[in-house]
Design a binder for this molecule. Structure first.
Ligand code: 6GU
Length: 240
């Protein structure tokens, strides 16, 4: 997987991606990360990237030209016009399903905006996907871009040590994860659930499934209803 990030804050991306599991994936060459400073694609001597909005109003708007030139540089390097994801609260809300779809691409470009946004004309020219990470307002697209790169990157084969961990976790079958325990067997008077010490694999599997269902019902009733609608189509192992 090859990521390009177009940003005014390259250090923020570098520092955020240079550590942890994704950092290791980059070291191993499983994920390639190229960070482009949009300011390097200005032509004015002050390297100015923003300007006042036509029609007035608060804040500044990122100009079209440096963003366009930055993307053209990527296209020249790639010999094609890769998919461009613009991080914006006006996009569709990111999901595990989207991560699973995007990991199929060879190259992804993330465009991070700041100020009051980017000149609409360059967005129309280059953006293929508008993506938000939820209904709240952030100061820029860098954190959302890193959220996507993490969620997508961990789906790249070899990035996670345990192949299974990508399969059996929260959301992959529509339920939240069951609780986990490690030593000691008692902590502040609380024992580890007996069944987990029993070595009875079928009972453990049933207990975990039940925990997942109850936890999802309690904490994410919205997900629980979707999951139930899904399984109800397979009553008695037959598709209804
Ligand atoms: Cl993608 N960008 C910004 N600026 N704020 C957000 C967001 C994105 N997603 C949620 N809030």
């Amino acid at each position: 997987m090859k990521y390009y990030v177009m940003t005014l804050f390259p250090d923020m991306i570098y520092q955020g991606m240079n550590t942890s599991i994704l950092g290791r994936a980059i070291q191993k060459g499983l994920v390639e990360l190229k960070i482009l400073d949009i300011r390097d694609y200005t032509r004015n001597k002050h390297r100015k990237v923003d300007d006042y909005p036509y029609g007035g109003g608060a804040g500044m708007v990122m100009a079209a030209e440096p963003v366009y030139r930055c993307y053209e540089a990527i296209c020249e390097e790639e010999g094609e016009r890769p998919r461009v994801i613009y991080l914006t609260p006006q996009g569709g809300v990111f999901s595990q399903r989207m991560a699973e779809e995007l990991v199929r691409e060879e190259t992804l470009v993330f465009l991070c905006g700041h100020y009051e946004g980017i000149d609409e004309r360059v967005l129309e020219e280059i953006v293929t996907d508008y993506v938000s990470i939820g209904d709240y307002v952030l100061t820029g697209g860098e954190l959302p871009a890193m959220v996507l790169m993490d969620a997508i990157g961990r789906l790249v084969p070899g990035v996670l040590n345990n192949d299974e961990s990508a399969e059996t976790e929260s959301f992959s079958d529509g339920l939240l994860e069951y609780p986990q325990y490690t030593r000691p067997p008692e902590f502040r008077g609380k024992a580890v659930p007996e069944v987990l010490l029993s070595g009875h694999h079928e009972n453990i599997r049933k207990w975990r499934q039940e925990q997942s269902e109850n936890r999802t019902k309690q904490r994410r009733p919205d997900l629980y209803e979707k999951w139930r609608a899904g399984v109800s189509c397979f009553l008695d192992g037959k598709k209804v």
